[in-house]
Design a protein around this ligand. Structure first.
Ligand code: F6R
Length: 609
């Protein structure tokens, strides 16, 4: 995620940038930095941790300039540290850059730049941008940035300045946001408008592929085909809090809507169509080690545990390795049978959950090979596991996990197919189908997000319900658990998730007209079975809300309300089916007047047992 800010004008850029970064701290907070040009020199200050550490640093080592850039970091490549904090410079500290996004081909670029003699001082993907600009710089920063961008694959919002030319900032964006704040004799740049509002309400939203040259008195924008374009400025009427949430009422809603982007960020750079390959550089298990895995043992809590449950279906089907899934708080107090042939996988958004961390230590003590799937780079679990696969979803602020869950699922899909391909138990054709299916998921998620108002209408009808049952089967059963958890935690309605086929063994006794049933009935090998389970509930008076596909004709007569989601392979369906359930919980919570982002009794990171 990360937040970037830039300023050019008559004010002290350090103050302006710092105030902007404060507003963007929600986008990342593991380190921060500011660079300005003063007397033809780049002055740079960077600090690890929260922004106030940077403030202390600047208080003791003050800097000043009328042009500058700043960054608050959410680590993706390279742990949170001072040398990995932005801004990054080239070899000669002539050019300085801040970046939000992921450079997919940074390893190859870095190797070739190193062969050409460039010296790197961080482990970030961003630093290659500074060196590329240096390589192409011939007294014109704009030209150098444009040439550098031609070499880059991935997503970026960047701001670059050069000590030899303090009259301009060059910025560019692709698949990461960037706005320009317009005012007389000065210009502001930021990842989102929240950082600009205290200075100006007039902003220009750059479009994908735009490059812009920004001076005190002018802005020149080039589109993706290098034509000069006129992007009109808009007046922003949001207040500061609305702006931080990009106009959404709650962080949870914003995070639900981010999922098309965040799932893409999770697989970005990790799949190759040309090579028909999954590339997980951080997982350094050898082929011999992978072939020797006798069992996979997954450990997590809450929503992360549900992601683990889904992956069990996938690991067993595609890697042919027996897989079990454990709740971390239970795992650590039973007697897990684990040795060096068992691969243990720990899933945690925060990477700090005490029970998951304790379980990881237990597994390591038993010589198991450990993989962490985490969102927060540099977190305890990510540091202590042998290997970590990051989800790259950006900070999740809403307590109820949404985008981190779909990020975890995406990372697990990659890991499953990676292990299966190394074991050579899937064909090239299966792998190619998987890769093209995964590439299409962000589009399918975008389509699903369009259902929000329909789901809001259905939520209105159920806002006063006291209880709910969520049913599904097979790979979507954990989605029933997840949907029920979302409803419980943010709207305080008692909800249970059940495997639909298990109803007749007891829970069906609960069903009457006061117990609505949410059921996942998308196309799959168990669709017919789910239909029968719906009929059993309907016959006992329950109102049925079905998540289904348009091609399921029977569902209209069997259910009271239908939410038609786009059709995907059953294998990927959890990634889609969870979204209506997130929306449903969200809207019910809002209608009940609950505190959506900070539900009672809950914390974002559970660092106690
Ligand atoms: C539910 C939720 C929690 C977390 C759980 C584990 O919406 O957010 O159930 O999933 O506390 O947290 P992490 O993933 O940080 O280990």
């Amino acid at each position: 995620m990360c937040g970037i800010v830039g300023y050019i004008g008559k004010k002290n850029a350090v103050d302006v940038i710092y105030c902007g970064l404060e507003k963007l701290e929600y986008r990342g907070y593991d380190s921060a930095g500011i660079a300005v040009i003063d007397n033809k020199k780049i002055q740079r200050r960077r600090s690890i941790g929260k922004l106030k550490n940077l403030q202390e640093n600047i208080k003791t080592n003050s800097i000043y300039g009328n042009i500058g850039i700043g960054h608050t970091r959410w680590a993706t490549h390279g742990k949170p540290s001072q040398e990995n904090a932005h801004p990054h410079t080239d070899c000669n500290e002539k050019i300085v850059v801040v970046h939000n996004g992921i450079i997919e081909n940074y390893i190859e670029l870095k190797k070739s730049l190193q062969n050409e003699g460039h010296k790197f001082s961080s482990q970030t993907d961003t630093e290659v941008i500074a060196h590329l600009i240096e390589k192409y710089y011939k007294n014109d920063l704009l030209v150098a940035v444009k040439l550098a961008l031609k070499d880059i694959r991935g997503s970026y919002a960047i701001c670059a300045i050069c000590k030899e030319d303090k009259s301009r900032i060059v910025v560019a964006r692709k698949d990461a946001p960037l706005v320009i704040g317009v005012a007389l004799g000065e210009k502001y740049i930021a990842s989102d408008v929240s950082a600009l509002l205290q200075y100006t309400k007039d902003v220009i939203f750059l479009e994908n592929g735009d490059v812009a040259e920004i001076k005190e008195d002018s802005i020149k924008i080039f589109d993706i085909d290098d034509n000069v374009v006129d992007r009109k400025s808009q007046k922003i009427l949001w207040n500061a809090i609305q702006a931080e949430k990009c106009g959404y009422k709650h962080f949870m809603l914003k995070e639900i809507f981010e999922q098309a982007q965040t799932t893409q960020d999770t697989f970005r750079g990790r799949i190759s169509d040309e090579l028909n390959k999954i590339i997980l550089e951080s997982i350094k298990l050898t082929k011999k080690e992978i072939l020797s895995i006798s069992r996979i043992c997954i450990v997590a809590c809450g929503t992360s545990y549900h992601a683990g449950l889904i992956s069990k279906f996938l690991f067993e089907k595609f890697t042919e390795i027996p897989t079990e899934v454990n709740i971390a708080s239970e795992f650590r107090y039973c007697s897990p049978v684990i040795d060096d042939k068992v691969l243990t996988i720990f899933i945690s958004q925060s990477g700090e959950t005490a029970d998951t961390l304790a379980a990881l230590r237990l597994a390591r003590g038993k010589k198991s090979k450990t993989i962490a799937i985490c969102n927060v780079v540099g977190s305890s679990i990510s540091r202590e596991a042998n290997y970590t696969l990051y989800t790259h979803c950006g900070p999740e602020i809403g307590v109820a996990s949404t985008k981190a869950f779909t990020g975890q699922l995406t990372a697990l899909y990659l890991l499953v197919m990676y292990i299966a391909s190394i074991k050579e138990v899937i064909s090239n054709e299966q792998l190619a189908n998987f890769i093209s299916g995964l590439r299409d998921i962000p589009n399918k998620i975008s389509e699903t997000l369009k259902l929000s108002s329909q789901i809001e209408e259905i939520a209105k009808l159920f806002q006063n319900t006291k209880q709910f049952i969520y049913l599904a089967r097979n790979i979507n059963y954990p989605i029933a658990l997840e949907g029920a958890l979302k409803l419980k935690e943010i709207s305080y309605i008692y909800a249970e998730g059940y495997p639909a086929g298990e109803m007749k063994h007891g829970p069906i006794a609960l069903i009457d007209e006061t117990m609505p049933v949410m059921v996942i009935a998308t196309n799959s090998k168990v669709y017919e079975k789910v239909l029968s389970n719906i009929e059993e509930a309907k016959a006992r008076g329950a109102k049925i809300i079905a998540i289904a596909n348009k091609s399921n004709n029977d569902i209209v007569k069997n259910s009271d309300y239908q939410i038609f989601v786009p059709e995907v392979d059953d294998f990927f369906s959890p990634l889609i089916n969870v979204i209506p359930l997130q929306f449903f919980a969200y809207f019910v919570s809002v209608m009940k007047g609950c505190d959506v982002d900070q539900p009672r009794n809950l914390a974002k990171s559970v660092t106690v047992e």
